[in-house]
Ligand binder design. Sequence first.
Ligand SMILES: [Zn+2]
Length: 225
Amino acid sequence: MFTHNHTKGVILKNHPVREADIVYTVYTQRFGLVHVLGRSVRKGKLSMGMSLFSLVEFGFIQGKSYNTLTDVSCLHSFAGARESLLKLSLFYRLAETVLFLIYGEEKEEDVFHLLVGVMEEVERKQLSSREASLIRTYFSFRLLDILGYRPRTDGCVICSRNIDKEAYFSPSKGGTVCKNCSFRSIFVGDIEVLRSFLREDMDSVMGYDHRLLERVLEQYLYSLN
Ligand SMILES: [Zn+2]
């Protein structure tokens, strides 16, 4: 049986196939991550609405082996943001993070709202490369949180001791550790930095040490793989 679906989604990837077709990878509001085949879109008007990183409302027929795009209307193209190389590369990194962490059909509407919310902020703000890095890290930790991989920061994950100014982060243990348990861990310093980064909204964390947080994130992501 073929089902005709409609949903909103953000286009994370477009991959040309054959002469005129494109496979789109879209993070949708209703179905999570969806791959949809646009037939003859490279020559037709469907492609107009399906620009990379656009927020679209689209229809597709769910077939046995693949989904076929039927119609699309662009809700927001993020054209302004895509003109900035810094913002465009940040969009690529956000998309990369989503595709790295989500492969199945996880129907997490929160992921959709997080993605659109952060992209809107990126479009609105004047960004330095330091801030772009922080936004990507912030987004990744929020995404990890939604997916159930929030790092633990309530104390030492190994010996349960309280930690304050001399905290380390253990990527493989997925949380903060004390000095005694800090083998192969990243020195974080004040544990409150990590706690508040995971708790506060985006504007409140823009002054944080982007290199440290990026390092914590990268190694944590690596250990999840
Ligand atoms: Zn410990």
